[in-house]
Ligand binder design. Structure first.
Ligand code: AKB
Length: 314
């Protein structure tokens, strides 16, 4: 049985990944870590929880040693929109945090390290439709720059030290439990909360802005399937994946099918420029071929499920 450390367990993905991992690997084998944001009750009550800041090297080594960790999900990151407000902090947390985790993993003989990259690794010079796995990586945000540097670091540690580090370029993640913190794709989550609460949403992107997205159950599945993939089948360390692509206008129309009274208006802000530098759709053929990636949700089924879940909870 694996002994798994999840760094960043209070975040949008970490908070839902921990319960999924505990179902599969056992409650006591999944150690959730947080730093500032309180961990959700479900995470706190069902298994080990500890304080950990990936920037604190000695503490990180101590945790790997004491908990006999062999697998790490390093999910702590500053996202694109907040990253533009504090670029130096984004670099520090995203890159210095990652290099500490890579170094500690090497020193403690970690079996597998999973680290998410993002569609933010692409930039305005990347082909925007059906973006291939191997293509131009010239991002214009600090978050994107940290993702490209991170991808290269992961490749480096794999080839130089044989550290089995694996990564996926996540699109915008839509989830019903924890709100995302400071990304450009956050509108696709906020829109559901505002629909349930006020039947009205003011979107910070233009109506025709198309971005790649994925529903949380697919995100968890991708992370766990990649962890369990046979290394001999993996021909690279970083994979494109996607679930669906839609415009802000299209998700609004889908929501209107459930709430006729729902209204939306558009007031693009600084995040529009970030969104305009990212792909509209992603080619994930290599993930499908090399480790069997296949999403379960499309715009219609995701919208129905989000509305059902949030209507109960809010
Ligand atoms: C963001 O919007 O910054 C993130 C991402 C696409 O990585 N959701």
């Amino acid at each position: 049985m694996r002994r798994i450390l999840v760094i960043g367990a209070a975040g949008q993905i970490g908070s839902e990944l921990v319960p999924e991992l505990r179902k599969k690997y056992g409650n006591d084998n999944v150690i959730a870590t947080g730093r500032k944001t309180p961990l959700p009750d479900e995470v706190k009550e069902n298994g080990p929880v500890i304080y950990l800041d990936a920037l604190e090297k000695i503490l990180l080594s101590k945790v790997l040693f004491e908990y006999e960790i062999d697998t790490i999900f390093h999910m702590a990151s500053i996202l694109s929109a907040v990253g533009e407000k504090m670029p130096q902090a984004a670099w520090n947390i995203n890159i210095n945090g990652l290099i500490n985790v890579l170094e500690a993993s090497r020193a403690y003989g970690i079996k597998t390290l999973i680290w998410p990259s993002s569609i933010a690794a692409f930039g305005p010079t990347t082909p925007r439709e059906n973006t291939p796995n191997t293509t131009i990586l010239e991002p214009t945000t600090m978050y994107g720059i940290s993702k490209v540097a991170g991808e290269l670091l992961c490749e480096y540690y794999y080839h130089k030290y044989q550290l089995d580090v694996r990564s996926i370029r996540l699109p915008g993640i839509i989830s019903s439990e924890t709100l995302p913190g400071g990304g450009t794709t956050d509108y696709a989550v906020e829109i559901f909360y505002e629909t349930i609460r006020n039947k009205q949403y003011t979107c910070f992107l233009r109506e025709d802005t198309v971005l790649p997205m994925m529903y949380m159950p697919d995100c968890n599945k991708a992370l766990i399937d990649l962890l369990e993939a046979d290394n001999s089948k993996l021909k690279r360390r970083v994979y494109n994946i996607t679930g669906m692509s839609f415009s802000a206008g299209e998700i609004a129309s889908e929501i209107k099918k459930h709430f006729k009274e729902f209204t939306i208006d558009y007031k693009p802000d600084f995040r529009q420029e970030i969104a305009d530098s990212w792909p509209k759709s992603i080619d994930d053929t290599l993930a499908r071929k090399e480790w069997g990636w296949e999403p379960m949700y499309n715009l219609e089924s995701m919208t129905k499920d989000m509305i059902e879940k949030l209507s109960k909870r809010l």
